[in-house]
Design a protein around this ligand. Sequence first.
Ligand code: ZN
Length: 318
Amino acid sequence: MARIPDRLVQEILDKTDIVAVIGDHVRLTKKGGRWVGLCPFHNEKTPSLSVDPEKGLFYCFGCHKGGSAVQFLMELDKLSFPEAMETLAAKAGIPLEVEEAPSEEEKERRSLFELYERLRGTFHWFLNEHPSGREGRERLRQRGLPDELVEEFMLGYAPESRQWMHQFLMSKGYSKDFLSRSGLFAGPSRDFPIFADRLMFPIVDAKSRVIAFGGRLMHGDGPKYINSPDTLLFRKHYNLYALDKALPEIKKAGFALICEGYMDALSFHAAGVRQAVAPLGTAFTASQARLLKRWADRVFLGFDADEAGLKAAERACA
Ligand code: ZN
């Protein structure tokens, strides 16, 4: 990402309402001239986070993290300084001038976002338009997921062919090298699709960008559910399925519902319980619990009541 000139940094910070920025992530209440809330950076039950709108600064009396809105976003979303400034600039309606070419890592991130976005569209097309997707569509309907929900979550189908995906992407101009790092291929020459003959569940970040996929096997042997491996874009311990859709409802209702998998979370959304999310191929983790605690007073567990699942959930919520 490009370096941002100092005067522009100042202009963006001047136009930034720190209460609005932090309020997007933490429920803040007014206390005198300041705002207070539960600190997202450490585990707590009584608010230690204090936001001073006059000075444009925050400070936590528990873990002593503090700074401006930029430091808040960098810490919270693990953003680089330019990325956090970009977010603030967009919020303040200030266009960022580009001075330098983006770094190699930033270029790679952008290319991955673009690749995942394209594939989401392709998988969705297979599910909706291609004969091979018919059975998948049927199965989703049998599970009570209406077409509107399939559209909203952009569910898809990855074809059975072991050659198609690599060839398709090579024909679109992606290099073999880039594809081998994309988290989509395995095998000795890294051209074997991880997702084949699977119902596809795009996993998106809070900005609704596709960062990974989950896939449910349709036929044959193999694990029933698999996820993308961790990549430059995806950390499975930190993300939750359906969070972008559930978040506004979780904020409104003050509670979240944790389900075991994508299908369970989608069934709840179909039934009008829009606060449902699901962990991604891991047990519910402490960092996911902390993520939800920012917005929800109560977290309900929609897990199968097996011993191991309950123990894991208890640990995560403690
Ligand atoms: Zn703290």
